[in-house]
Design a protein around this ligand. Structure first.
Ligand code: DGT
Ligand code: CA
Ligand code: CA
Ligand code: ZN
Length: 570
C-alpha cells in the first residue's frame, strides 16, 4: 500500500508551493494528500482501476502525478521543486513549532536538513540566536521533537489496519494457510503500531513463507525461513510472519499478542504454580502440556477469565480476570448511531443524503448532523439562518426515511472565555449541540481549564468533542486539569467524545478510563467529513475498550429517541 508515500510527497509539494507564494494550489495538494492518507483502499488499486480522481479533491492534474508516484516511486515535478530547498520538509514540519517558513529559515541560517540537524541545533542553543525565533521557540521545538520521535517510526492504527486486512486477504488467497491471525500491538489496538506480527498455520511452511516474501507490496525481505520471515512493505511497515504448529497456535497467539508487560505478569502466575509458560504452551513441573491449542484454555488453566486483547497491558486486568469482574467491553455492534458528522453545508465533502445512505449501509440507525458554526471567513460554517434552513431540510428528509433518523445538530466553537459562538435561541432549536475548541490552543493551564469547564457546564452543550485537541505525532493535548474537567462534566451530565479519527483518538485510552472513574458518559463519534470516514468508528470503539468502557458508558449505544431525550433533559 503506497498511500503513505504518495501523501508524503503531496504534502511536501503543498509546503514548497506555499513557500514560493503560490496561491490556491497548496490547499488543493494538501486536500488530496489528506484524502490519499485516510483512504482505506491501497492507492495503487485505485490507479489500476482508474478511480483515483474519485477521491475528494483529486482532479486530473493531481491524479496524473499520483499515477507517476505509484509507477516510479517518485515524482519529477516534486524533485524539481525540491532543488530549491533540499531538506526533509515533511519530517521537519511534523515537529510542532516548525512550519515550512521556519524550516526554510533554519536551513538557510544553520543548514538544518533533517530531524537530527534540528535536534543538534536546538540543543546547542543556536535556534534562539536566529532573528524572529528566540528562546521560547527553541524550547517548543525541543518538546515537539520528542513527540515527533516518539511517533516517527510508528504508523497510526488507522493506517496499519487496512494494510493488515489487505495482507491477510492476499495470504488467504494463496490457499497455503489453514489459519491466519494478526497479533501484536495491532490486535491490542494500540494507537500506533511499530510492526505487524502475523501468525499462521501451514501444512507446507516453506511454500507459505515463499508466498509471503513474494507478495507484490514487499519492498525488502529482511529474513526468510519456514518458521519466521520478516519483510518491509512499500508503506515502510515491517511485517513478521511466524508459522507455528496447530497444537501451540493458542500459546503463540497469546505470546505474540503481548503486551510484554502482560506476558511477564502472566508468566509469573504460571511460575508461582511451578509451571512454565512460553510461546509453545503452558507446561507443568514435569514438562507435560497443560494448554496451548487455544488462548482461552491458557487463561482458563491459570484460573482467569478470558482477557480481551485490548486490556492486555498489565493495568489491573489480571486481578480483574481473577476476581471475575472484567468489564463487559463495548463492541462495534453496540453502536447505534454517529453523533458527529459533517456535510457539504460546512467543510464535509458529501451532501447530507450521501452521508445518510452510507450510514444506513453500515447498519447505523441514526446520525447527528453537526456541521461547523460560522467561525471565521476562512472556514466554511453555518450562520444562524443557515442552521434554520438545514433544520428544515432534515425535517423534510426524516419524513422520507424509514427506520433511520437524522438528528439536527451543530458543532459550535468554544471561544477563549468558554462561551459559544452561536446564540442560545439557535442552539435551543437543535436536537444535539457539540462544542469544541478550534482556536487559541495555547492558553495557560488555568485559563484553559476554566474555558473547558464553562463549556461543559453550559446547559445547551451535550458533548464536548475532541476534548484535549491532541493529534498523534503533530501536537500534544492542551494543558488543562483534566480531573477537574471530568468532575464538572460528570456533575453537569455532559458527555465527552472519543473522537474516532485515527490521528485524534481523543479522549485517548488513559483519559477514557479516568473519565469513567469520574462517572462521565462518553460518545464515540467519527467526525466524518467524507462517507469513507465511517470506517473510523471501529478505532473509536477500540480506544474506548482500551479505556475499559462498557456499552452502558457510551451515549450512542442508546436508540435515537433516548439520545434526544438525554440531550434535552440536561
Ligand atoms: P509494536 O510492534 O512496537 O507496536 O508492539 P508489539 O506489542 O507488537 O511488540 P513486538 O512486535 O515487539 O512483539 C510482539 C509481542 O511479542 C509483544 O507484544 C510481546 C511479545 N514479546 C516480544 N518480546 C518479548 C519479550 O522479550 N518477552 C515477552 N514476555 N514477550 C515478548
Ligand atoms: Ca508488533
Ligand atoms: Ca514484531
Ligand atoms: Zn467536527
Amino acid at each position: 500500500m503506497k498511500n503513505k508515500l504518495v501523501a508524503r510527497i503531496l504534502y511536501e509539494i503543498a509546503d514548497l508551493l506555499e513557500l514560493d507564494g503560490v496561491a490556491f494550489k497548496p490547499r488543493a495538494y494538501r486536500r488530496a494528500a489528506q484524502a490519499v492518507e485516510s483512504c482505506s483502499t491501497p492507492i495503487e488499486d485505485l490507479v489500476a482501476t482508474g478511480k483515483v480522481n474519485e477521491l475528494p479533491g483529486v482532479g486530473k492534474a493531481i491524479a496524473d502525478k499520483i499515477e507517476e508516484i505509484v509507477r516510479t516511486g517518485k515524482l519529477s515535478y516534486h524533485e524539481e521543486l525540491k532543488k530549491k530547498l533540499p531538506i526533509d520538509l515533511y519530517s521537519l514540519t511534523r515537529v510542532e513549532g516548525v512550519g515550512p517558513k521556519t524550516a526554510k529559515l533554519l536551513y538557510e541560517a544553520l543548514g538544518v536538513r533533517n530531524l537530527d540537524d534540528l535536534e543538534r541545533a536546538a540543543r546547542a542553543g543556536r535556534i534562539r540566536e536566529i532573528k524572529g525565533l528566540g528562546k521560547k521557540t527553541e524550547e517548543k521545538i525541543l518538546r515537539g521533537l520528542a513527540e515527533a520521535r516518539r511517533t516517527e517510526a510508528r504508523m497510526l492504527l488507522g493506517h496499519a489496519y487496512p494494510i493488515a486486512d489487505d495482507l491477510r486477504r492476499r495470504l488467504n488467497a494463496t490457499g497455503l494457510f489453514t489459519r491466519l491471525e494478526v497479533a501484536g500491538s495491532l490486535r491490542r489496538g494500540r494507537e500506533t503500531i511499530g510492526d505487524l506480527d502475523i501468525l499462521g498455520i501451514a501444512s507446507d511452511p516453506e511454500a507459505a513463507a515463499g508466498a509471503f516474501a513474494a507478495l507484490p507490496d514487499v519492498e525488502e525481505v529482511i529474513a526468510h525461513g519456514p518458521k519466521k520471515s520478516s519483510v518491509r512493505l512499500s508503506s515502510g511497515l515491517q511485517v513478521d510472519l511466524r508459522i507455528v504448529p496447530e497444537e501451540s497456535f493458542g500459546a503463540a497467539l497469546q505470546y505474540f499478542t503481548g503486551s510484554k508487560a502482560h506476558n511477564i505478569a502472566l508468566r509469573k502466575r504460571a511460575v508461582a504454580r511451578g509451571w512454565k509458560l512460553n510461546e509453545y504452551g503452558l507446561f507443568d513441573e514435569g514438562g507435560k502440556v497443560l494448554a496451548g491449542r487455544t488462548e482461552a484454555e491458557i487463561y482458563a488453566r491459570l484460573d482467569l477469565a478470558f482477557i480481551p486483547p485490548e486490556l492486555r497491558e498489565d493495568r489491573g486486568e489480571i486481578a480483574a480476570a481473577e476476581a471475575g469482574n472484567l468489564p463487559q467491553l463495548v463492541e462495534l455492534s453496540d453502536i447505534r448511531g454517529d453523533l458527529h458528522i459533517h456535510t457539504d453545508w460546512s467543510d464535509g465533502k458529501a451532501p447530507l443524503a450521501v452521508m445518510v445512505e452510507e450510514a444506513k449501509k453500515r447498519g447505523l440507525s441514526y446520525i447527528a448532523v453537526t456541521d461547523h458554526a460560522k467561525f471565521s471567513q476562512m472556514i466554511p460554517g453555518l450562520t444562524p439562518d443557515e442552521v434554520r434552513r438545514q433544520i428544515g431540510e432534515i425535517v423534510r428528509l426524516n419524513g422520507e426515511l424509514d427506520g433511520f433518523r437524522v438528528l439536527t445538530g451543530i458543532e459550535v466553537n468554544v471561544l477563549p472565555d468558554g462561551s459559544l459562538d452561536l446564540p442560545d435561541e439557535v442552539l435551543r432549536e437543535l436536537d444535539i449541540v457539540i462544542a469544541s475548541i478550534h482556536s487559541h490552543f495555547h492558553l495557560d493551564r488555568k485559563a484553559m481549564t476554566a474555558r473547558l469547564i464553562r463549556a461543559v457546564e453550559n446547559e445547551r452543550v451535550s458533548i464536548l468533542a475532541h476534548p484535549t485537541g491532541r493529534k498523534i505525532g503533530e501536537h500534544l493535548a492542551y494543558d488543562a486539569d483534566w480531573d477537574e474537567v471530568f468532575r464538572r462534566a460528570a456533575r453537569a451530565g455532559t458527555a465527552l467524545e472519543v473522537n474516532a479519527n485515527p490521528i485524534r483518538l481523543d479522549l485517548n485510552e488513559e483519559l477514557v478510563r479516568r473519565a469513567l472513574e469520574f462517572g462521565v458518559r462518553i460518545a464515540i463519534a467519527t467526525d466524518a467529513h467524507d462517507p469513507s470516514h465511517f470506517d473510523f468508528l471501529r478505532f473509536g470503539v477500540i480506544t474506548a475498550r482500551r479505556g475499559w468502557a462498557e456499552a452502558k458508558d457510551v451515549l450512542n449505544t442508546l436508540p435515537a429517541e433516548e439520545v434526544v431525550g438525554w440531550c434535552s433533559d440536561r
